[in-house]
Design a protein around this ligand. Structure first.
Ligand code: PRX
Length: 632
């Protein structure tokens, strides 16, 4: 752990070095990894293209840095500890050696099914260790994994399979979540009816529920690995070969496939993990995210395992079978670093402190927060009742596109401030832009957050549509990566993320495009038009408020709104289901036909005093009617 920062002055020193000479800075970090062949050049970049390459012509396999690297030093140490949904069921531990063997075995399976370097593999699995094994086995054979959150619908799944032309799907029979047993394979079956590229499906048996297996296409995981060797040579990858695609929502159109590559992502995920969480050998670390999201990729699987850490993987939910479940797990494994989302904190906060009391939390050293702005109240509750005021909170700001944490305190080093992500990590050069596209210098400023220099973990392209990548991130501000977030830099130079400034909403830490939800709503045959906005929600951070124009056909509002909710669940998944649906006679549109979302946001927020200028509206009366029918 040679690149570990230990003091605040050390942080400032490293930060200065990373800005003055980024190439040397990152070369030094990258030198601590195992490369099959060292790179020729550290960085080539152009934000216009965009065209960013790190560690050019370097050859590696990320799994050698996770597996072989640790085999002879910490082979018997737990890599993954898995805690099942039911507290009564046995947990499982995979040591680094066992992980190595499982990954090798499954790599053979992938190759047997014809998976070659560059092939795309969809992982649609519950939170079981095999999901991590699946990711690493893909990386080992040079295949590109694309993990799809197992809560997404068959439509969302088939869209992703088709977009990346996946050859293989890795899945499970079902998924235990709280008191539910959710079918998973059945969703895959439905999705595959709308795809033509998948030749094999491998099914991990988790729930034992009945599934249909298609002869010649579907195979059981446990049968496929039988007799497979526990050694397998890792395929040589170029630094800039794709490691994975992860689909995420944007402000327009369908979710896009964010592409991350092998070398830069490896260096960045490990460096940020060790520094932000101040992980020390022997510590037990737990991130509660799902592997279907970037947080699960970078901070359950890659970052921790590259660091030789013990990473806990939890199958269940925070409130099952009781609201103390998280704390029970912290106590059981003596967790040292705990990383979760504000929405989970707020949900647990609503249950009061009683569920915490039976459990000892004194192993905790660091608390983390990710995915959405953390409000001060939740920050204090977390700090007081979970951290007992002795654990620093690392409020980590980053995105699917950034690959790893960008702005965050270093635990125990950077003085924290409630609701502030504080300072950029070394290598991260932030810029705040004003509405005219000028960088705002100095402190006490507020504007749009951009990044003006490449970092190793950054997005390389959006799969199959490079111009979309340019348009979305590099076209708004010339020569800069635009994050889509608003930000404030206070008088101390500390950063506070204010939330999205585009048409992306953040519901329970899940990113959703308003256009995506509208498209799903519009699939209902009686819907004429819809507009979706976010509104402040006590637990979820933001809720989804949908204004819908319908052809009522003598239906009751109640039955129609329920049907619309079902439609959204079917098209995207339950996470996109609107919290409120208001049937409206019209939408506030300008003469050129543009919906004035500003007005809809204000109504959804209940902030109707100052509607601003509505004189450009085609039909100003519609605003009154919308206010009258507002749903509390
Ligand atoms: O708006 C920011 C918010 O989540 C967005 C990124 O979402 P996603 O790609 O799904 O990745 C989430 C996990 C990294 C950002 O544009 N966000 C993420 N972390 C924070 C945050 N907002 C405020 N504070 C954070 N710590």
């Amino acid at each position: 752990m040679s690149d570990r920062i230990h003091t605040l002055s050390g942080y400032f020193h490293e930060y200065q070095k990373s800005v003055a000479d980024p190439e040397n800075f990152w070369a030094r970090v990258a030198d601590s990894f195992h490369w099959k062949k060292r790179w020729d050049k550290v960085l080539d970049w152009d934000f216009e293209g965009p065209d960013v390459k790190w560690f050019l012509n370097g050859k590696l396999n990320i799994t050698e840095n996770i597996l072989e690297r640790h085999l002879y030093t910490i082979g018997d140490k737990p890599a993954i500890i898995w805690e099942p949904n039911e507290p009564g069921e046995d947990s499982r531990t995979l040591t680094y050696r066992q992980l190595y063997e499982e990954v090798c075995r499954f790599s053979h399976v992938l190759q047997e099914k014809g998976v070659q370097k560059g092939d795309k593999v969809i992982i649609y699995m519950p939170m079981v260790p095999e999901a991590a094994v699946a990711m690493l086995a893909c990386a080992r054979v040079g295949a590109v994994h694309s993990v799809v959150f197992a809560g997404f619908s068959s439509n969302a799944l088939s869209d992703r399979i088709n977009d990346c032309e996946a050859k293989v799907v890795l899945t499970a029979d079902g998924n235990f979540r709280g008191n539910k047993k959710i079918p998973v394979k059945a969703v895959v079956d439905e999705a595959l009816e709308k795809t033509s590229t998948v030749t094999s499906v491998i099914v991990y048996q988790r729930t034992g529920q009945e599934v249909t297996m298609k002869e010649g296409r579907d195979f059981w995981w446990h049968e496929a690995i039988e007799g497979k060797g526990t050694q397998q040579e890792a395929v040589e990858m170029d630094s800039e070969d794709m490691l994975f695609i992860l689909y995420t929502s944007g402000s327009t159109g369908k979710p896009k496939g964010v592409v991350h590559t092998c070398g830069g992502y490896m260096v960045y995920s490990k460096y940020t993990f060790e520094n932000v969480f101040q992980y020390n050998p022997g510590d037990v670390y737990w991130c509660t995210a799902d592997i279907g999201w970037i947080t699960g990729h970078s901070y359950i699987v890659y970052g921790p395992l590259l660091s030789g850490a013990t990473s806990i993987m939890f199958e269940g939910v925070p409130t099952y079978p009781h609201a103390g479940r998280f704390w029970e797990i912290v106590d059981k494994y003596k967790v040292n670093q705990f990383y979760t989302a504000p929405t989970a904190i707020r949900a647990l906060q609503a249950h009061g402190t009683e569920p915490i009391e039976p459990f000892k939390l004194d192993s905790l050293k660091v608390l983390g927060s990710v995915g959405e702005p953390i409000n001060e109240e939740a920050w204090h509750w977390y700090h007081t009742h979970i951290g007992k005021t002795k654990c620093p909170i690392v409020d980590t700001w980053w995105q699917t596109e950034t690959g790893g944490i960008m702005v965050s305190p270093l635990a125990g080093i950077t003085p924290t401030k409630p609701a502030y992500a504080t300072l950029p990590l070394p290598g991260v050069q932030l810029a705040i832009m004003d509405p005219d596209g000028k960088e705002m210098t100095g402190n006490s400023v507020e504007g749009n957050l951009c990044i003006k220099f490449p970092w190793p973990g950054m997005i390389r392209t959006t799969y199959g549509d490079h111009d979309r990548c340019r348009q979305t991130y590099f076209a708004t501000y010339k020569g800069m990566y635009f994050t889509g977030d608003g930000v404030k830099r206070d008088h101390d130079g500390y950063y506070r993320i204010l939330g999205r400034v585009d048409d992306v909403i953040n519901v329970s830490g899940h990113r959703m495009g308003t256009a995506e939800v509208e498209n799903a709503i519009n699939e209902h045959p009686l819907v004429v038009e819809s507009a979706v906005v976010g509104y402040p929600h006590q637990v979820k951070g933001q809720g989804i408020y949908a204004y819908v124009i319908c052809d009522m056909k003598n239906r009751s509002e109640q039955s129609l709104t329920n049907e619309i909710k079902d439609t959204v669940t079917k098209i995207i998944g339950p996470i996109a289901k609107p919290d409120k649906i208001q049937i409206v006679p019209g939408l506030p549109k300008t003469r050129s036909g543009k919906i004035m979302r500003r007005i809809l946001r204000k109504v959804a927020e209940g902030n109707m005093d100052n509607m601003g200028d509505t004189s450009t509206l085609l039909d100003p009366d519609v605003v009154e009617k919308i206010i009258e029918g507002r749903i509390e």
